[in-house]
Design a protein around this ligand. Sequence first.
Ligand code: UDP
Ligand code: MG
Length: 309
Amino acid sequence: MQTISIVVPCYNEEENVRDFYDELMKNEPFFAENELVPEIIYVDDGSSDGTVAEVKKLAAKDGHVHLISFSRNFGKEAGIFAGLSRSTGDYVALMDADLQDPPALLPEMFGYIRDGYDSVATRRVSRKGEPPIRSFFARQFYKLINRMSKTEIVDGARDYRLMTRQFVDSVLSMGEYNRFTKGIFSWVGFETKWLEYENIERTKGETKWSFWKLFIYAIDGIVAFTTAPLAIASFLGVLFCVLAFVLIVVTIIRKLVFGDPTSGWPSLVCIISLVSGVQLFCIGIIGQYMSKTYMEVKNRPIYLVKEEF
Ligand code: UDP
Ligand code: MG
C-alpha cells in the first residue's frame, strides 16, 4: 500500500470543509484500485469561523483526516508549506477547499505520475467569472515577470498539483520566508505535465483575495524571482548621467559660442522634479529587496501551530 496525502489550505471555509471531503471521497474506488491510502490534511490558516470544528467533526468519523491549526492567519503560502511538511505520502496533492480544484481530476493526474512525470500541474484556460480588470492586470503581471525572470511562471497556473515525494522534498528544501509557491514549483525543475481546464467558480464562501492583496502578491513574486528591477534602476542611473553630461556640454557651448545664458528656472524645476522622481523610484526598488532581505535574515518561523493531529 502507498499513501496519497491531500493538503488543503483553509481560511474561513466552514461551509466547504464537509463538501470538499464528500467530493474527494468520490475517488474512493480509485484509491482502492491503486492501493492508495488517503491522508487528508486540512491546514487551518487561523480561521475565525467554525472551520476547525468542522474538521474535527470529520476526523471523529474518519481517521484519515488530519488538522494543522495555525495560531493566526499566516497566508496561503505558509499553509502550503505547513501541509507539505506535515505530509507523509508517497504522493502529495495540493488543492483548495472551495472546490475550484476538482478532486475528480485526481485519477487522470495520477495516471501521468505513473507514466513517469514528477508532478502534474493544472492551469485554467479561461478566467470566466472574474472581474475583467483583474484578469487584465493578472495577464500583464505574467507578461512582466516572465520577461524579467528566468524562472517560468505560467499564466493561469493554479496551485492544484499532484507531486511525487521527491518533488515535494525538493520544494521543502527551499526554506525561504518569502514564499512565492508558483515560482518555487517551477524553480525546482523536474518533469511537469500541465493539464488545462475551464475556470470553475467558487461554490460557497468568498474569495480571500482583494485587488490590493493580489498587487502585493505580484510584487512579492517579482522580488522573489528576479533582480531585474535592480538592473533597471542602475540603467536609469546611467541614462540620466549621460543625459546630464550632454546638457552640460550643450549649455557651455551655447554660452561660449552664442553668448546665450541659459534662461529661466522653470526648466530647472522640471529637471529637478524628474530626476528626484527617478531617484526615489530607484531607492524604492532597492528598498523592496532590502525589506525582503531583512525579513529573510530575521529567520522567523514561517508558521506557528496551535493545534495538530
Ligand atoms: N487561503 C488560506 N489562507 C489565506 C487565504 C486563502 O489558506 O490567507 C486558502 C483558502 O481557504 C482556499 C485557498 O487558499 O482554500 C484559495 O483561496 P481563494 O479561493 O480565496 O482564492 P482564489 O481561488 O479566489 O484565488
Ligand atoms: Mg478559490
